[in-house]
Write a protein that binds this ligand. Structure first.
Ligand SMILES: *Cc1c(COP(=O)(O)O)cnc(C)c1O
Length: 429
């Protein structure tokens, strides 16, 4: 079917573990050969055989404006002319920090890093250093990158492969990681009852995106806010996926709940490797060199990443109607999907927050990890391949959210819905 991808995959598997540099890319949850992509523009990606697809992966989140967005490409090319790295402070870092603190409501100061993993991991270190406490609360099915102490019930890549954690993570590393149930504030309350004064922070995806898209139930984020405030723990929003995605100020702006610390990534870097964490000034001041909590990075605040990020965030600020357009597009897709599923009489749960969402094959409403895991993975795999065959590139796992970009339009949506009608007929047979 995709000859060039198969040949490259063969070569890749000889020299790269599993043939990929991040597990979920390998199509393990849906079977088959991953597509090797060679170029992309706007809402479309092209594989090594020259076949084109409407892209709903969006590089797993960063591509809010679609691929090869001219202002981002220009900014990167232009910056590269003047060196790709200095390891000294640069103007672009200041401009990025000013943009982030202007846009994200709770962030007064921000530190740049190179990935979402680094952002979440460093934010937890800071929370522990600031509070002088050791334990953290995380939710089952939430993913915060691959740092050791997060790899307990970590959703998506980990869940996809049916592993509770990972070999190589010592028990001692997750001993201080307490697990709660998403959308269940009472489960957090019980942990505070048992471990009250030892909990440094509660880390949460304010809209879960790594067990598929699972929105917060009304009152859930508010309850976490007041539990943390009451108990002297920090509330840490992992907005690596939701930041600049569900609103220009992220989920905290959309839902009006302010965390103490925020982790960012994905859209932040405009498609280049960048992450960041930030929060209240008094907390951030605990970071070296102004405070005692150590964290560093040779390429942190890299000029190319800052140039791409600045171009992306500037575009967001210039386009007052951006999120309304993304919402309208998401709504159009949602209505069509719901109609297609009803016409076929297939049980489903469709969750969407703005331009991110998931079609779950289940007859229950998915509100937590247990619900997500109850889905029919085999049906999702069939659906994925039936769509791929028709030129629609969906995330290759039931546990991954799809993303729309501002480059998607009515034509792409209609093409997707037409392909879906055929695909559903095929998998229902
Ligand atoms: C993607 C993601 C991460 C990890 O970011 P990387 O850049 O892949 O290290 C962390 N948290 C959330 C919520 C994510 O979606």
């Amino acid at each position: 079917m995709s000859k060039s991808s198969m040949a490259l995959y063969e070569r890749a598997r000889r020299v790269i573990p599993g043939g990929v540099n991040s597990p979920v890319r390998a199509f393990g949850a849906v079977g088959g050969t991953p597509l090797f992509l060679r170029s992309a523009s706007g809402a479309w990606v092209e594989d090594e055989d020259g076949r084109r697809y409407v892209d709903y992966v969006g590089s797993w989140g960063p591509m809010l404006f679609g691929h090869a967005e001219p202002s981002i490409v220009e900014a990167v090319a232009d910056t590269a002319q003047r060196s790709t790295s200095f390891g000294a402070p640069v103007r672009l870092e200041v401009e990025m920090a000013e943009l982030v603190t202007e846009m994200v409501p709770s962030v007064e100061m921000v530190r740049m890093v190179n990935s979402g993993t680094e952002a979440a991991m460093s934010a937890v270190r800071l929370a522990r250093g600031f509070t002088g406490r050791g334990k953290i609360v995380k939710f089952e099915g939430n993913y915060h990158g691959h740092a050791d102490f997060f790899l307990a019930a970590a959703g998506s890549g980990v869940a996809t492969f049916g592993r509770p954690g990972s070999p190589g993570v010592p028990l001692s590393a997750i001993r201080d990681t307490l697990l709660a149930r998403y959308n269940d504030a009472a489960s957090v309350d019980r942990l505070f009852e048992a471990h009250g004064d030892d909990i440094a922070c509660v880390i949460v995806e304010p809209v879960a995106g790594n067990m598929g898209c699972v929105p917060p139930e009304p009152g859930f984020l508010e309850a976490l806010r007041s539990l943390c405030s009451d108990r002297g723990a920090l509330l840490l929003f992992d907005e690596v996926m939701t930041g600049f995605r569900v609103a220009s100020g992220g989920a905290q702006a959309r839902y009006g709940v302010l965390p103490d610390l925020t982790a960012l990534g994905k859209v932040l870097g405009g498609g280049l490797p960048a992450g960041a964490y930030g929060g209240r000034r008094e907390i951030m001041a605990h970071l070296a060199p102004s405070g005692p909590v150590y964290q560093a990075g040779t390429l942190s605040g890299n000029p190319l990443a800052m140039a791409a990020g600045k171009a992306a965030l500037t575009r967001i600020l210039k386009d007052a109607a951006l999120y309304d357009r993304l919402e309208a597009l998401g709504q159009k897709l949602e209505e069509g999907v719901r109609k297609n599923l009803r016409d076929r009489n297939l049980p489903y749960c469709f969750a969407r927050v703005g331009s991110m969402g998931t079609l779950f094959f289940t007859d229950r409403r998915v509100t937590d990890y247990e619900g997500a895991r109850s889905c029919d993975m085999a049906r999702y795999a069939q659906y994925f391949h039936a769509m791929l065959k028709r030129g629609i590139y969906l995330p290759p796992s039931q546990f991954e959210a799809f993303f729309l970009s501002s480059a998607h339009g009515d034509d792409e949506i209609e093409q997707t819905l037409a392909a879906q009608r055929e695909a559903l007929a095929e998998i229902h047979a």
